[in-house]
Design a protein around this ligand. Structure first.
Ligand code: ATP
Length: 450
C-alpha cells in the first residue's frame, strides 16, 4: 500500500549492503536509488522525490566531524526536512544512533539487519507520514491524535469527516477501549459547535436516583440533599455537544425519560415547572452488541431511531491489521517522554508478540501494556519479554483468588475480580455494581496490578 508508492535512497559505502537492500526493496517499492558516496546525497534528493533515506553511519573518514552519519543526517534535514532518515549502525554505535534520533532521524536499524524489520520500519514511517498529512487535511484537532491507517479505520475516518460538520445525532458502537470516547470528542472538535461545551456523561454508571438530577438538574429543595439549584448536563451542554456514554446500559424507564427530552427539545429540572429549551448535538456510545439494542424488550426502538441518525462502528483492534504497529510507536514515544526515558527501538519479536495477542481490551489494553513495558525495561530496545498481558482482560476466574483471606485488600481484589468476571470484563458495568466510578475502578486495577 504505502510502500508501493515510495522511493527509497540507500547510502552506504559497502557495495554488498547496497545490493542486498536493493534486491530486498525493489519488488516492494516504486524505486530504490543506491549510492556509495554520501557527497552525492544532495544531487539525489534534489533530482528524485525521495521519501526515505537509509543512511549508513560510517563512511571511512570522508568527513571529519566526529561522526559522518550525523553529519549527513543534518545535511538532509536541512535541505529536505520532509525526508525521513533511517540510520544504519553497528551495535557498538548505539549511543550515536540515539543521538541521531534526537537530531531528527526517524529510526535506526542495527547491522546485521533483519529483512522483516527493515520493511516494517519503512512501512511505519510512511504510514505515520500519510496519516499525519491526512489528518492535517481532514481531522484537525488541537489535542487529539487518532492513529490508524488500516482500511477499516480509513472507512471510519471517511464517515467521520462527512458527519462531523453536520448536526446529526451519532451512535458510536464498539467494544471496550476501541476509542469511542476519542471519536466522540473528534466529532465535536470538527463540528460547528467546537467552541461550545462538550459534556460527557457516563449514563450507564448513574443510579436511577442520580439519572434525572444529573441530566436534567434540580431546584433547591427538590429533594432532601438539594441545598441549591443545580444545572443538569443537558443545560450545561446547551449550544454544544452532549455525549452520553454507555447508553446501552440504561433501564427502560430511563429510556422513556430521555426520549421525552429529546422529542420536546426541552428539560424540566426536578422541582421546577418551567421547561428550559435545549439546543444540543447528541452523540451516544455503547459497547453493547447491536443485537441487544435491536431487542425491543431491552431497548426502545423509538429511542434508537432518535439517537442513531448515523452510526459509526469502531472495529476491534485485532481487526485493524498493522495499526497495532503504528499505535505501538505512538504510545511508546508518548511514554518515553512522560517517564523521561530515551527513544526506544523494537526488537523484531516485539511487534510479532503484540500481533499474536487478541487484545480483548483493545487500544486501552495496548496502551497499558506499552506503558508498563516502557517503565519496566532497562534497555533501549523493547523485547517480547517486556510485554506482560493483564489477566483482567481475559475474564478472570475466581478460582485463582484467595477466598479465605480476611485481609481487606484481598477482599477488595476478590470482589473486583468476581464482578469483572460476572460482567465479562466490562469496566462500566462492574464499576456500577461495585458502587464506584470507572476511574476509581481503574485506580484499583492498577493498585492490584490486575
Ligand atoms: N486510534 C487511536 N489512536 C490513539 N489513541 C487511541 C485510539 N483509540 C483509542 N485510543 C486511546 O485508548 C484509550 C481508550 O480509548 P477510549 O476511552 O476512547 O475508548 P472507549 O471505546 O470509549 O472505551 P470504553 O468503552 O471503555 O469507554 C484512550 O486513552 C484513547 O486515547
Amino acid at each position: 500500500m504505502v510502500l508501493k508508492n515510495a522511493t527509497i535512497l540507500v547510502v552506504d559505502d559497502d557495495a554488498d549492503v547496497l545490493t542486498a537492500l536493493r534486491l530486498l526493496l525493489k519488488p516492494l517499492v516504486k524505486d530504490v536509488v543506491i549510492e556509495k558516496n554520501p557527497n552525492n546525497i544532495n544531487s539525489h534528493i534534489e533530482r528524485n522525490a525521495i521519501d526515505v533515506v537509509i543512511l549508513d553511519m560510517n563512511f571511512s573518514g570522508l568527513v571529519n566531524t566526529g561522526n559522518e552519519g550525523i553529519f549527513w543526517l543534518n545535511k538532509i534535514r536541512k535541505l529536505k526536512p520532509e525526508i525521513s532518515v533511517i540510520l544504519m549502525t553497528a551495535y557498538a554505535d548505539i549511543d550515536l544512533a540515539i543521538k541521531g534520533l534526537k537530531e531528527g532521524a526517524s529510526d535506526f536499524l542495527m547491522k546485521p539487519w533483519k529483512n522483516e524489520k527493515i520493511i516494517e520500519t519503512i512501512t511505519t514511517i510512511l504510514r505515520n507520514k500519510k496519516a499525519n498529512t491526512a489528518k492535517q487535511d481532514n481531522f484537525k484537532s488541537s489535542n487529539i491524535e487518532i492513529i490508524g491507517d488500516s482500511d477499516v479505520m480509513n472507512d471510519v475516518f471517511v464517515k467521520l469527516k462527512k458527519v462531523a460538520p453536520t448536526d446529526a445525532n451519532v451512535l458510536i458502537l464498539g467494544e471496550n477501549g476501541t476509542g469511542k470516547d476519542l471519536i466522540a470528542r473528534a466529532l465535536h472538535d470538527n463540528s460547528n459547535r467546537k467552541d461550545k461545551p462538550f459534556i460527557k456523561v457516563d449514563v450507564g454508571a448513574l443510579t436511577s436516583s442520580l439519572f434525572e438530577s444529573e441530566l436534567f438538574g434540580y431546584k433547591k429543595g427538590a429533594f432532601t440533599d438539594a441545598r441549591e439549584d443545580r444545572k443538569g448536563r443537558f443545560e450545561a451542554a446547551n449550544g454544544g455537544t452532549l455525549f452520553l456514554d454507555e447508553i446501552g446500559n440504561i433501564t427502560l424507564g430511563q429510556q422513556v425519560r430521555l426520549l421525552t427530552v429529546l422529542q420536546n427539545r426541552q428539560v424540566t429540572p426536578l422541582g421546577s415547572n418551567e421547561p428550559i429549551p435545549i439546543d444540543i448535538r447528541l452523540i451516544c456510545a455503547t459497547n453493547v452488541d447491536p443485537k441487544v439494542l435491536a431487542d425491543e424488550k431491552k431497548f426502545r426502538k423509538d429511542l434508537i431511531y432518535r439517537i442513531n441518525t448515523v452510526d459509526i462502528i469502531i472495529p476491534p483492534l485485532r481487526e485493524r491489521g498493522t495499526d497495532i504497529t503504528e499505535l505501538s510507536h505512538h504510545f511508546v514515544a508518548l511514554y518515553a517522554e512522560k517517564y523521561n526515558k530515551t527513544s526506544f527501538s523494537f526488537d523484531s519479536g516485539f511487534i510479532s508478540k503484540l500481533k499474536k495477542h487478541d487484545f480483548p481490551g483493545n487500544v486501552r489494553e495496548l496502551q497499558y501494556v506499552l506503558e508498563r513495558a516502557v517503565i519496566m525495561t532497562d534497555g533501549i530496545i523493547l523485547k517480547p519479554e517486556d510485554l506482560v498481558f493483564s489477566s483482567i482482560e481475559r475474564s478472570p476466574t475466581s478460582k485463582n483468588i484467595e477466598t479465605t483471606s480476611l485481609n481487606l485488600d484481598d477482599i477488595e481484589k476478590n470482589a473486583i475480580l468476581t464482578v469483572l468476571e460476572k460482567h465479562k470484563g466490562n469496566v462500566s458495568k462492574s464499576a456500577k455494581e461495585l458502587g464506584i466510578t470507572r476511574a476509581a475502578l481503574y485506580r484499583r486495577l492498577d493498585k492490584y496490578e490486575l
